[in-house]
Design a protein around this ligand. Structure first.
Ligand SMILES: [Zn+2]
Length: 325
């Protein structure tokens, strides 16, 4: 969902957050909305309903105050962030490229689990490695020697590549899924493994792919089997760079006005749409303008009430400052 308004200023500003959550339909039956002291509980309340609420409340305050100090103001609400933005990633990337600045509204960590609130300047990208082995089927009882066991070969290839990413800066690989669905009385003809790949340096996935290809070509356990491997990139890594850092430092200074500290986190393992927004490097992108919260993708997700007003202050002030540039 994308909405754009035109103003009277110079800057092109984009705000983004996501509407989807990871929870199954009906979750409110067992985990209802609940206020308890400084916490408000609810599935998805921090990740990322709280972020959308901060975005909308801030824009309402600014609109009511007559703020129009922007050339373009675009709001992007993504419906498929939690599954890797497979349908919306390209649109986020191309829309962000039309803007100077992108504020992204994922949550920040609650003070019950972190020393203080922060903004995020980097997040790992995600890719998927696929290892496929083609063997030869044969009767497992009558003539196993005629078969070429794809499952054994898959195991061998997984083991020989399991530490391969350790020598490549900025990328990790973990084989996490293996499949071979043949009948039990047949020597396995086909087997497949999937690996979780995390990227903290753009481009490291290409090096990983090259290393995997070379390793697999270097040897096999079972003659006559054929192994292929591929690395398919999902969400790109987010690296804020100098422009993003300058924007985050401005936010830090604004938080100081209300005596609050804002840490700048250089990198996290979780993926974010900021990776798409910052892919080309055209816009200045900073992540985590949402509310302080905890328990995302888990039970008893909550936000901290005393982060609501400061975060709205931060976003409204920052937007007016950006508009002045
Ligand atoms: Zn999220």
């Amino acid at each position: 969902m994308i909405g754009t308004v035109k103003g009277t200023g110079k800057r092109k500003i984009m705000l983004q957050g996501h509407m989807d959550t990871v929870y199954a339909a009906g979750i409110l039956g067992s985990q209802p909305y609940k206020i308890d002291g400084n916490r408000i509980y609810g599935p998805g309340i921090a990740d990322d309903k709280g972020g959308l609420a901060v975005m909308m409340a801030s824009l309402k305050i600014l609109a009511d105050a007559g703020w129009r100090d922007y050339d373009t103001l675009t709001v992007v609400m993504n419906p498929d962030e939690e599954v890797g933005s497979v349908g919306s990633g390209e649109l986020i990337a191309t829309t962000a490229d039309l803007h100077d600045t992108v504020l992204s509204f994922e949550p920040t960590a609650a003070k019950s689990v972190a020393k203080g609130e922060s903004l995020l300047l980097g997040a790992a990208g995600i890719a998927r490695a696929t290892l496929e082995v083609k063997g030869r089927a044969a009767h497992a009882g009558a003539a196993p020697e005629l078969g070429r066991n794809a499952l054994y070969e898959l195991s061998y290839q997984m083991l020989q590549t399991r530490d391969i990413a350790k020598d490549i800066p900025g990328v990790t690989l973990n084989w996490t899924v293996a499949r071979a669905n043949g009948p039990i009385n047949q020597i396995t003809e086909k087997a497949q493994a999937l690996g979780d790949v995390r990227i903290t340096q753009p481009g490291a996935e290409k090096e990983l792919n090259d290393a995997l290809q070379a390793k697999i070509a270097s040897g096999k356990l079972i003659p006559d089997t054929e192994t292929t491997v591929s690395v398919e990139i999902g969400r790109p890594a987010f690296v804020a760079g100098a422009k993003g850092r300058a924007l985050a430092e401005k936010a830090q200074a604004i938080y100081k006005e209300i005596d609050r500290d804002l840490a700048l986190t250089p990198m996290t393992g979780g993926g974010t749409d900021a990776g798409y927004a910052g892919r080309s490097g055209k816009a200045a992108v900073v992540e985590s303008f949402g509310l302080a919260g905890f328990g995302y993708h888990a039970r008893d997700e909550y936000i901290e009430v005393d982060s609501i007003v400061p975060r709205i202050y931060l976003v409204t002030r920052l937007l007016t400052e950006i508009g002045k540039q």
